[in-house]
Design a protein around this ligand. Structure first.
Ligand code: ZN
Length: 184
């Protein structure tokens, strides 16, 4: 086996072990929910036109931010199991006290592209199923994905992840009181 094909095989194995960075998508979705929660006034129910519009915007923004995060160059700093577990713990802690519908809509949008494009392949692997697989979202295509599997551009990946975490953290902190009003 040539060096090149060995590298390719390592890349494929690496991809199958850690296909997602759920933690960064989760952080972005909480930040989106924090910003959007400022748009829901005290007496407006979530099933009002305003509330439903906010949910649609949250879901759509989640999908678009997912695309942006997948497009920028990135490695996979966490093992996939730890990535998912930490993300779910973080989401659950915030979910208990937050605008549940807004956070839920943003989080659903943030994971929707991976559920659609990667979910069937993961289920096939884990449960020996034969579900059809296809990548619908362009940022999961080789030409538009920022995934780095060969260990290169390590510092660029760290920088990008720090920017995402830093910006999300600042927005969550700034709007935390609106997000955590626990109205629903
Ligand atoms: Zn993705």
């Amino acid at each position: 086996m040539s060096l090149r094909s060995r590298g390719l095989q390592a890349a494929i194995q690496s991809h199958s072990r850690s296909p997602m960075n759920v933690i960064f998508h989760t952080l972005a979705s909480v930040a989106t929910a924090a910003v959007l929660s400022t748009q829901l006034k005290e007496k407006k129910p979530i099933n009002s036109i305003t509330g439903l519009t906010i949910l649609v915007i949250g879901f759509t923004t989640g999908i678009l931010l997912h695309g942006l995060l997948d497009w920028i160059p990135h490695q996979y700093p966490l093992p996939s199991v730890l990535d998912v577990v930490v993300s779910l713990i973080l989401f659950s802690i915030i979910f208990l006290r937050a605008h549940k519908w807004i956070l839920f809509a943003c989080f659903q949008g943030a994971i929707f592209p991976d559920l659609v494009d990667l979910g069937p392949a993961i289920l096939n692997r884990q449960m020996q199923l034969h579900l059809p697989t296809a990548k619908i979202f362009p940022w999961h295509w080789k030409e538009y994905s920022g995934s780095i599997y060969d260990g290169s551009r390590h510092w660029l990946s760290i920088f990008n992840h720090l920017v995402v975490a830093g910006m999300s953290g600042c927005l969550i902190l700034k709007f935390r009181q609106r997000l955590l009003r626990n109205l629903f």
